[in-house]
Design a protein around this ligand. Structure first.
Ligand code: SAM
Length: 274
């Protein structure tokens, strides 16, 4: 990977199949709806921390006929997947590169827009990442980001195994240098990075119907056993393998629990480079 990140920073989820497949269902029509009206051809957009690129290729399509998108991520695994998705969608205006968010190497004032979805929460220096986004933007260019706030999670029915999950997740993310409650700090980070004219909106992810409960519950039942989140929880002494098995079972039981529901808040900010 080119460009260094803070050495102690670790991406909480890692790129286990269970993680990447969950991220691959994302679409710009949901994940970027708060900024889509401000993105127009022939803009050039940088998607930083693009993951498997399903949102990125939607943005590339949105910016046709004259616009283009560059997606960057520190993981070669997801960049390869993103390139394949762009080819499968026949989009020649999307390019993907393995790069660090902190040091992209792109010239100053070379993009019209920057976008990040569920990325800043994993960084130990989110303001430095936003400053790099600001550096590569032209004056008048916009930066948009959306981050979850796990501290707003509402889970029903109450289950101590899922309360333990929330605690394990928050502590592992923090130990990795991130912030599971990033949503509530997002506006502050944009201000600290020097963006102006901040527009803040919120939305909710909720799972309550049969398909939603199954999708959300089954992915966490697997991720808490097999992803980097599990590995680090044990390595840091935050949870035992027995605890993780209990949590996994808790997610599967939750799917079929009476009145089952999960909801949490997403915070969205768009700022302008003056
Ligand atoms: C939660 S995923 C989000 C992916 C995508 N934006 C989405 O919403 O589907 C976060 C991504 O940020 C990437 N990432 C984390 N730290 C990074 C860094 N310092 N530089 C570049 N990418 C980074 C990870 O590899 C991961 O693919």
């Amino acid at each position: 990977m080119t460009g260094s990140t803070n050495n102690s920073e670790k991406y909480t989820h890692g790129h286990h199949r269970s993680v990447v497949s969950a991220h691959s269902v994302r679409r710009a029509s949901e994940s970027a709806v708060f900024v889509l009206p401000r993105l127009k051809s022939p803009m050039r957009l940088l998607d930083f921390g693009c993951g498997p690129g399903t949102i990125t290729v939607d943005l590339a399509e949105h910016l046709l006929p004259g616009g283009s998108v560059v997606g960057i991520d520190s993981s070669e695994i997801v960049i390869d997947q993103a390139r394949s998705t762009a080819i499968a969608r026949n989009l020649s205006n999307a390019r993907f590169e393995v790069k660090s968010i902190y040091q992209t190497g792109y010239p100053e004032e070379s993009f019209d827009a920057a976008y990040a979805h569920q990325v800043l929460q994993h960084l130990s220096e989110p303001v430095r990442a936003l400053e790099e986004a600001k550096r590569i933007l032209k004056p008048g260019g916009i930066c948009a980001a959306r981050e979850v706030d796990w501290g707003t999670a509402a889970i029903w029915p109450e289950d101590e195994r899922l309360s333990l999950f929330l605690d394990v997740y928050r502590r592992v993310a923090e130990r990795n240098g991130g912030d599971a409650n990033a949503g509530r700090s997002l506006k502050q980070w944009f201000g600290d990075a020097g963006f102006a004219d901040l527009l803040v909106t919120t939305s909710t992810w909720s799972f309550a119907d049969e398909a939603g409960l199954k999708w959300w519950g089954e992915q966490w039942a697997e991720r808490i056993l097999h992803s980097d989140l599990a590995r680090r929880a044990v390595e840091y002494g935050i949870a035992s393998e027995g605890d993780l098995s209990e949590i996994s079972r808790g997610w599967l039981d939750w799917i079929v629990g009476p009145g089952a529901l999960f909801a949490f808040t997403q915070v969205e900010v768009v700022g302008v480079k003056r």
